[in-house]
Design a protein around this ligand. Sequence first.
Ligand SMILES: [Zn+2]
Length: 117
Amino acid sequence: MADVKTHTGSCRCGAVAYEVDTDLEGLIECNCSHCYRKGLVLNFVSPEAFRMTADGPQTEYLFNNHKIRHLFCDTCGVQSFARGAGPHGPMVAVNIRTLTDIEPFSWIAQRVDGRSF
Ligand SMILES: [Zn+2]
């Protein structure tokens, strides 16, 4: 298993920024009507592993069963993360395309068939 490190991320304009402690294992990209359109690459972490460092205004988008709160920056429109409830309790789904301290495309994500769920 890779080492857990503290990574930094933000939306395009920087109004929303965060730190996340993660080993960047188990990344997924999904073909559902939401994830696919946004190009999200997700890393699910516990709320304790996620800290806001800039808390600018965001709009919440809910769909389906409304269990996941998709948040996007009011200024630049980028979705850095979502908050929701997973099978093991509360979680944060970090869009790792918004990490600012790793090389683009240095990650490998598993494709999942969310469209069929
Ligand atoms: Zn922004």
